[in-house]
Design a protein around this ligand. Structure first.
Ligand code: PBG
Length: 320
C-alpha cells in the first residue's frame, strides 16, 4: 500500500495503444512467427479483436494494412476502398468507442517496400521526396474520410506533416489530430515488423530517410520541425534504446508524447521468456515503468492486451 502512495510513476490501461495488422490476403488469423501472440487478421477478425481490445479498457489501436496488390506508386495506400479505409469504416460502425489511429506510410503498398516513391537508376535508387509527400497526403485524407480519429505519418519524408495538415484542413478535417513519428531512427529493431507488415525493402535500406542512431540533437531538430508543421502528438521510436531521446523530447516540447515499444523489443523479450530466461510479466512491467519514468504519456505496445489483464483497473506495481 505504502509503495503505491510513494510511487513516482504508474501505468494505466488508458495510456496504452495497441498496434494491429489487417490483411486483404488472409481469411484466418495468420501468426507472425517472430512475434508470438501477434497476427495478421482478416477485416472481420480484426473487428472482433478490436472489440476485445476496447472491452479491456484500451482506448486506441494503431492500424497497419497489408494490401493484396502492391505497385511502384503505392496506389492501394490511398484507394478509397483500400484495406485500411474499409477496415476503419467497419471499426467505426461496430466499435465506435475505440479510437482508430492509422499508420500513414507507403512501405506496405510499394512493390519495392520503401516508404516513398522511388526512382531507380543504374542499380542506384533515390527516394523522391515530393511525389512521396503527395501520395502520403492522399493517404491521410482517405483515412480521415473513412473515419480515422488520428493519423500517424511514419514515413519520415521532409515536409510531410505540414502537407498532411494542409491537405486535411482543405478536405474539411481541420480538427483531426496528427500523431507524428517525429523522431524515428533507422533501427534493427523493426526487423520482425517487416515480416508482419510484409514491408522489407527489396533493395537498399531506409538510411536516407530514417535517422542515424548516433544523433540526438538531429532528432530534436526533426521534432521541432514537425511541431512547427502542425504535429499535435509525438512518437519516439524505437523505445528501449532511445529513452534519452524520449526524455529530452518530453522535457523540451511538452506535447503529448508516445513511445513505440517496437517489434524487435517485443520479439527479444518473448524469446527469452519462452526459454524460461526471464519472467515476462515482471520484465514487461519494468519496461513500461522505464517508459513512463522517461516521460512517455502513452505507450504503443504489442503487450497492450496482456498488460490490460495484468493491470486490471488498478495502478501498476512491479512485484505483482
Ligand atoms: C512503417 C513502420 C515501421 C514500423 C512502424 N511503421 C517499419 C519501418 O520503418 O521500417 C515499425 C514498428 C515495429 O517495429 O514494431 N513505416
Amino acid at each position: 500500500m505504502l509503495r503505491g502512495l510513494v510511487s513516482e510513476n504508474s501505468l494505466r490501461v488508458d495510456q496504452l495503444i495497441y498496434p494491429t495488422f489487417v490483411s486483404e490476403k488472409v481469411d484466418q488469423a495468420e501468426p507472425i512467427s517472430s512475434m508470438p501472440g501477434v497476427y495478421q487478421y482478416s477485416p472481420d477478425e480484426l473487428v472482433e479483436n478490436a472489440k476485445q481490445v476496447s472491452d479491456l479498457g484500451i482506448p486506441a489501436i494503431l492500424l497497419f494494412g497489408i494490401p493484396e496488390a502492391k505497385d511502384e506508386l503505392a496506389s492501394q495506400a490511398f484507394a478509397p476502398n483500400g484495406i485500411v479505409q474499409e477496415t476503419v469504416r467497419r471499426l467505426k460502425k461496430h466499435v465506435p468507442r475505440l479510437l482508430v489511429i492509422t499508420d500513414v506510410c507507403l512501405c506496405e503498398y510499394t512493390s519495392h517496400g520503401h516508404c516513398g516513391i522511388v526512382d531507380k537508376r543504374r542499380g542506384e535508387f533515390e527516394v523522391l521526396n515530393d511525389p512521396s509527400v503527395e501520395a502520403l497526403v492522399r493517404t491521410a485524407v482517405s483515412h480521415a474520410e473513412a473515419g480515422a480519429d488520428l493519423v500517424a505519418p511514419s514515413d519520415m519524408m521532409d515536409g510531410r506533416v505540414g502537407a498532411i495538415r494542409a491537405g486535411l484542413d482543405q478536405a474539411g478535417f481541420a480538427q483531426l489530430p496528427i500523431m507524428s513519428y517525429a523522431s524515428k531512427f533507422c533501427s534493427a529493431f523493426y526487423g520482425p515488423f517487416r515480416e508482419a507488415a510484409e514491408s522489407a525493402p527489396q533493395f537498399g535500406d531506409r538510411r536516407s530517410y530514417q535517422m542515424d542512431p548516433a544523433n540526438a540533437r538531429e532528432a530534436l531538430r526533426e521534432v521541432a520541425l514537425d511541431i512547427e508543421e502542425g504535429a499535435d502528438l509525438l512518437i519516439v521510436k524505437p523505445g528501449l534504446p532511445y529513452l534519452d531521446i524520449l526524455w529530452r523530447v518530453k522535457e523540451q516540447f511538452g506535447l503529448p508524447t508516445a513511445v513505440y515499444n517496437v517489434s524487435g523489443e517485443y520479439a527479444m523479450l518473448k524469446a527469452a521468456a519462452a526459454n524460461g530466461w526471464l519472467d515476462e510479466k515482471r520484465a514487461v512491467l519494468e519496461l513500461m515503468t522505464g517508459f513512463r519514468r522517461a516521460g512517455a504519456d502513452m505507450v504503443i505496445t504489442y503487450w497492450a492486451k496482456e498488460l490490460a489483464s495484468w493491470l486490471g483497473s488498478s495502478l501498476m506495481t512491479n512485484d505483482r
